[in-house]
Design a protein around this ligand. Structure first.
Ligand SMILES: Nc1ncnc2c1ncn2[C@@H]1O[C@H](COP(=O)(O)OP(=O)(O)OP(=O)(O)O)[C@@H](O)[C@H]1O
Ligand SMILES: Nc1ncnc2c1ncn2[C@@H]1O[C@H](COP(=O)(O)OP(=O)(O)OP(=O)(O)O)[C@@H](O)[C@H]1O
Ligand SMILES: [Mg+2]
Ligand SMILES: [Mg+2]
Lengths: 256, 256
């Protein structure tokens, strides 16, 4: 059965794109056929997987407006089994332009109904907001993975995000569930990190993945080479953590 | 003369709010009367200055829709000379709701025309996007201060941001200028940081402030106490850097 996972958090810079790229790569590495949908106008996921701006003539904006179908926009990446639907800055005005289209909350959901049948996993990298693009991802998804940086401002937004997911489940997508919260850029030398991590585990318990992604400079170097960390440095701490997260994620999916 | 400064960058988590709070506090500390406008639905600037969610019954959304005037929404903070117009999650739907109002790009500009006359500085903390809220800030502002984290993804978005500012200057606000780019969360142990910093200085030259904000855990601890770093830890490296930045900013304003 095909699984659609939205990687979302309205707080900026918490590791959504880094998690989307490396988790997608780790799933592809264990033989899953994966497509990563870049729903962020910044297009960082596309760049991080080595897709030149010039190669993005077909992109997610045209899929949302219904001009092309998802399979026409998907590109192969340097990673076997991993495909990407790239994004461009055209997506910046999508919030306003989609607002006047019919089924504005369901555009991505409709696109997945008629395409992407051969993928076992679809991951969606969301922008740092709770606007129409992220809403489309939540309506289309089976589950949400929430990257959370262990910092105060990031913690502040978590309850709003969980409330929004609950709202989407109640009104638009009854199947939607929070698959888990993953702690990112974890630095055990920093006592604030520890405090926030304990706080989150206390409030959310099992929802928080056992796997923690450490702060690891190799992870932040990889995108400048257009490669996921798993390829740029297969033995670094960040790569090992994302491989472990992919395993834990697959285990959680089997339990559903 | 009153100066309006937008603190903007569509890349998430680069230090916009942290810069807005601490720069506003440093300006207030040297006797400037300052108001910080929180234009981000996350409301981090309001929280970082100790404004309870319950105290935000008047907020920036009501100012943008024209229901109340800016002066009615401004609250005193614990910092002498520093006021804030708070934000709430009501602002999340503003992108869609403002889109259908007349003068949708000028709502904030119009609000400043009839209010906030007694302030010497107005700082606007922008959300991580180039949508209608950030556009309103760019139309209303005299200048833009761009916080930039020295990481690859943050660098990728810089040219789009500068192009957008140029577009607003040409079409909507001829007075708009980039006051400067400030390097944030600078960690000299990390060679990627150095490379990105050199890259940016090479391309932008004088536009980059001399002052660099170091990564400093005391800065990220301060908001959990509802205080700016300048009050939470007046002698830490982060506080000293923001005081230096305020001085450099005032020098640049005098040269205009
Ligand atoms: N585990 C890690 N170790 C070190 N750096 C990291 C790690 N994860 C992410 N980063 C870096 O932190 C920054 C923010 O991460 P990323 O861009 O993935 O976050 P995001 O949530 O997608 O941001 P946005 O909200 O702008 O979409 C990037 O420069 C990235 O390279
Ligand atoms: N100089 C610094 N040293 C250490 N931590 C910092 C520094 N500046 C910011 N931070 C931390 O980094 C995180 C991101 O900063 P901040 O929230 O100010 O960025 P932002 O650009 O406003 O994010 P968003 O895009 O979500 O609005 C926060 O948790 C903040 O506390
Ligand atoms: Mg991202
Ligand atoms: Mg912010």
């Amino acid at each position: 059965k095909r699984r659609i996972l939205a990687i979302a958090n309205q707080k900026g810079g918490v590791g959504k794109t880094t998690t989307a790229i490396n988790l997608a790569t780790a799933l592809a590495a264990v033989g899953e056929k994966v497509v990563l949908v870049d729903l962020d106008p910044q297009g960082n996921a596309s760049t991080g997987l080595g897709i030149d701006r010039a190669a993005r003539s077909r992109h997610i904006y045209d899929v949302l407006t219904g001009e092309i179908d998802l399979d026409q926009a998907a590109l192969a990446t340097a990673v076997p089994n991993l495909f990407i639907v790239p994004s461009t800055t055209d997506l910046t005005s999508a919030e306003i332009e989609l607002a006047s289209l019919p089924n504005r909350n369901h555009r991505l959901h409709i696109a997945f109904r008629t395409a992407a049948a051969s993928y076992q996993h679809i991951l969606i990298d969301c922008p740092p907001s709770l606007g129409l693009l992220t809403l489309n991802a939540l309506v289309a998804a089976d589950a949400v993975l929430v990257p959370l940086q262990c910092e105060f401002f990031a913690l502040e937004g978590l309850s709003l995000l969980l409330k929004t997911i609950e709202g989407v489940r109640a009104a638009l997508n009854p199947a939607l569930a929070v698959q888990g919260v993953v702690l990112t850029m974890y630095d055990q030398r920093n006592k604030l990190t520890d405090q926030v991590a304990q706080d989150v585990r206390q409030h959310l318990g099992e929802v928080v993945y056992d796997t923690v992604i450490p702060r690891n400079v190799r992870v932040s170097e990889a995108p400048s080479h257009g490669k996921p960390a798993l390829i740029y440095d297969p033995h670094c701490a960040g790569t090992e953590a994302y491989i472990k997260l992919a395993r834990e994620m697959l285990r959680r999916e089997r339990q559903v």
